[in-house]
Design a protein around this ligand. Structure first.
Ligand SMILES: C[S@@+](CC[C@H](N)C(=O)[O-])C[C@H]1O[C@@H](n2cnc3c(N)ncnc32)[C@H](O)[C@@H]1O
Length: 261
């Protein structure tokens, strides 16, 4: 995926459950994200760029809240990206790692749960900073996985270790988010601010992991040490009201390109 040229069509069939996975991510994180963006004081006519827009909830929220602005939603796979609503939203299919991708200048560049998957993530933070107008904001959000072996639940220790290994195999770094403040500062942006939100596993209908684990199950079961019995045990835990855990922290960091003098 990471090296897919811009003009290569995505596979004809989405991975099973991809739409549900994207919606689950949105349901679990949108309030955190929109709270941060709300606090930036963007102008009413802000030009906004949403990188790896997924199913598009943040892009649509931006468009709805900045009717005099412009929102560009970019994804390598736009099949789930519904422009929806009466507001202006430009949908662009592009690979953001492509050096020829030059989207212009924006008051806000936002990327959530996308950069940690890309090998060129450090360089992409620096490039995204160059897509800002003077005074513009870069906001990046990614997961930071807590050490699997500190879970109070043995099955979660095995599950989250398999998850970490599976992600690492695919090129995803689940600890990279810790670098975000330093990367933003290194890109010449300031002041750097950051916030975290614990992710919820279990806890009845507050759970956000059932869908992610079901979609990842085929890959997880190829990791030594994680078995079909573990998967069944995890499913059984989800039905137990006493099952609640924090497998990851969602970390967001944001900073501003210095305004023009
Ligand atoms: C985990 S989803 C997150 C979606 C959305 N940002 C959210 O948080 O709801 C990651 C998204 O990044 C997109 N993506 C991955 N690699 C990409 C690339 N190289 N260029 C553009 N989009 C990419 C995927 O297609 C997917 O929609």
């Amino acid at each position: 995926m990471n090296d897919t040229p811009r003009d290569t069509p995505p596979p004809a069939v989405s991975p099973p459950g991809e739409r549900r996975r994207l919606e689950s991510i949105q349901a679990g994180t949108d309030a955190f994200t929109t709270g941060i963006i709300d606090g930036l004081g963007l102008p009413d006519d802000a030009a906004c760029l949403e990188l790896g827009a997924g199913a598009g909830s943040v892009a649509r929220w931006l468009a709805a809240h900045r009717p005099r602005g412009r929102v560009t939603a970019v994804d390598i796979d736009v099949r789930h990206l519904d422009p929806g609503g009466p507001h202006r939203l430009d949908v662009v299919r592009a690979d953001i790692t492509d050096e020829s991708f030059a989207p212009g200048r924006f008051d806000l560049v936002h990327a959530r749960f996308v950069l940690c998957h890309l090998p060129s993530r450090d360089a992409l933070v620096a490039r995204a900073a160059r897509w800002l107008r003077p005074g513009g904001w870069l906001v990046v959000t990614d997961p930071y996985q807590l050490p699997a072996d500190t879970s109070p639940f043995p099955v979660v220790r095995r599950l989250m270790e398999a998850y970490r290994q599976g992600c690492a195999r695919a090129g995803t770094d689940l600890t990279w988010a810790r670098s975000l403040p330093a990367l933003l500062a290194g890109a010449g942006l300031s002041p750097v601010e950051f916030a975290g939100r614990p992710a919820c596993m279990g806890n009845g209908d507050k759970d956000r992991w059932r869908v992610l684990v079901e979609q990842a199950a085929p890959a997880l079961l190829t990791v030594p040490g994680f078995t079909p019995a573990d998967l069944d045990a995890f499913r059984a835990h989800l039905a137990d009201p006493a099952f609640v855990d924090i497998p990851q922290i969602t970390l967001a960091a944001w900073a501003r390109r210095p305004p023009a003098a």
